[in-house]
Design a protein around this ligand. Structure first.
Ligand code: SF4
Length: 357
C-alpha cells in the first residue's frame, strides 16, 4: 500500500500508518475512516474535529478524491442512474434503486460498476459492446455509494444505502482484489456497515473467481448470469463461455452453494427468438432439477447494436410456467428504469453518442 492510494480505498489501520509517517497520532486513522466511509464526506474541511494542519495536508496530498458527477437521470419508477467521470476521464455508471415498502424501513439498493468498460463482450450488453478500459480501484468502487450518499443526505440526513449488487459495468471476478477490498470497506462496522447478506456479487462465470469466492469466510450472495442453457448458444452471446463452459461454471457454483451459508441466484435475460422457446425453458430447468437455486428471468433491455429485443408478456409467462412445472423457483424480475436507459452501459454509450464526457 503506498501513500498515493486514495483515502476512500483504505482501512482504518492503513490510514493510521500514513498518519504516523506524517507525524500524527494513529488514533486519528479510525476518526478519519468514520468521516470518510460512515459520513461520506467529500472534503477534508468537513472533518471538523481534525486539526487544521491535518486537513490542509489531506488537501495538499489530494488524498480524498470524490467522483465527479457527469449526469444523473431519474426514472418515473424512482430509479436513479449516475454517470461519473473518474480522475483520468473514464466514465462509469451506478444505479440507485429505492424500493419503498410500507410498514418496514425502506430498502435502498445500489448497482455498482467494477471496471470501466468490460473485456467480455456479451452481445446483449451495451458495456460489452464498448470494450475494456481499465479496472476500478476499491476507492472508486466505494465512492459510487459514498458520493450518492453525500448527495442524498443534503435533502434527507437519514439516507442510507442498505443493499449492494455488483452487477454494473464490468466483471467483478476479473478485478477480484479490488472488489474484495471494497467489500471489506462496505461491511466495516465503523463505515457504511452494510450486512454481508445484503450484498450480491454477479459473475458471467469466471470459474477461478467463483472458486476463490467460495473459499472466503463471509456470507455474501452469488448471482450467475447464465442467459442460455446450451454451450453453443451461450458461446455465441457470451464469448466467455468458450473458456468456461456451462458444466464447469455450474460445478464451481455448486461447490459455492454446498458451503450452505449463502444464496445462489441465476439470471436469465430473455431475448425474443434467441432463448425464449419452451424447449429453452425445459433445457434450463433440467440444469437445476436437484439443485434449489433461485432463477430470475429478466426481459432483456433493448441494446440497439445487437438487435436484442424482449419477448411479449404472454411468451414470458409461458416460459416461466414451464420452469415452475419443473419445480424451479423462478420469477420474472421487475424491470427498473427502462425509460432512463438503466441497463448496464447504456448511459455511458448515450453520453459518448451525444459527445458528452
Ligand atoms: S454483461 Fe457483464 S460480463 Fe457481459 S459484457 Fe456486460 S458487463 Fe461484461
Amino acid at each position: 500500500m503506498t501513500e498515493k492510494t486514495e483515502l476512500r480505498g483504505l482501512l482504518p489501520e492503513e490510514i493510521a500508518q500514513t498518519l504516523q509517517e506524517w507525524g500524527h497520532p494513529a488514533y486519528r486513522g479510525k476518526q478519519i475512516f468514520k468521516w470518510v466511509q460512515g459520513r461520506a464526506v467529500r472534503e477534508a474541511a468537513e472533518m471538523t474535529d481534525l486539526p487544521q494542519g491535518l486537513r490542509s495536508k489531506i488537501d495538499a496530498e489530494q488524498w480524498l478524491r470524490p467522483l465527479a458527477l457527469s449526469r444523473c437521470r431519474v426514472s418515473k419508477d424512482g430509479t436513479e442512474k449516475y454517470l461519473w467521470q473518474l480522475a483520468d476521464g473514464e466514465l462509469i455508471e451506478t444505479v440507485l434503486m429505492p424500493y419503498l415498502r410500507s410498514q418496514t424501513r425502506d430498502r435502498v439498493t445500489v448497482c455498482l460498476s467494477t471496471q470501466a468498460g468490460c473485456p467480455l463482450g456479451c452481445k446483449f450488453c451495451a458495456t460489452g459492446q464498448q470494450g475494456f478500459r481499465r479496472n476500478l480501484t476499491a476507492g472508486e468502487i466505494v465512492s459510487q455509494v459514498l458520493d450518492i450518499t453525500h448527495r442524498k443526505r443534503q435533502s434527507d440526513p437519514d439516507f442510507k444505502v442498505t443493499n449492494l449488487v455488483f452487477m454494473g459495468m464490468g466483471e467483478p471476478f476479473l478485478n477480484y482484489d479490488q472488489v474484495r477490498r471494497a467489500i471489506e470497506l462496505f461491511t466495516h462496522p465503523e463505515g457504511q456497515n452494510i450486512g454481508q447478506r445484503r450484498i450480491t456479487v454477479s459473475t458471467s462465470g469466471i470459474v477461478p473467481g467463483i472458486e476463490r469466492f467460495a473459499q472466503e469466510n463471509w456470507e455474501i450472495n452469488l448471482a450467475l448470469s447464465l442467459h442460455a442453457a446450451d454451450d453453443q448458444l451461450r458461446s455465441q452471446w457470451m464469448p466467455v463461455n468458450r473458456q468456461y463452459p456451462i458444466e464447469k461454471v455450474l460445478d464451481a457454483c455448486r461447490r459455492y452453494w454446498e458451503q450452505g451459508r449463502r444464496r445462489l441466484s441465476v439470471e436469465y435475460a430473455l431475448i425474443e427468438g434467441v432463448n425464449d422457446r419452451l424447449e429453452d425453458a425445459r433445457q434450463l430447468g433440467k440444469l437445476f432439477t436437484r439443485w434449489p437455486i433461485h432463477l430470475n428471468v429478466i426481459p432483456v433491455n433493448p441494446v440497439t447494436e445487437s438487435g436484442a429485443r424482449r419477448p411479449d408478456k404472454a411468451r414470458m409467462v409461458q416460459f416461466l410456467d414451464e420452469l415452475k412445472r419443473q419445480g424451479i423457483d423462478a420469477v420474472i424480475r421487475e424491470e427498473r428504469g427502462v425509460d432512463i436507459e438503466a441497463a448496464c452501459g447504456q448511459l455511458r454509450g448515450a453520453a459518448h453518442g451525444e459527445g458528452e464526457t
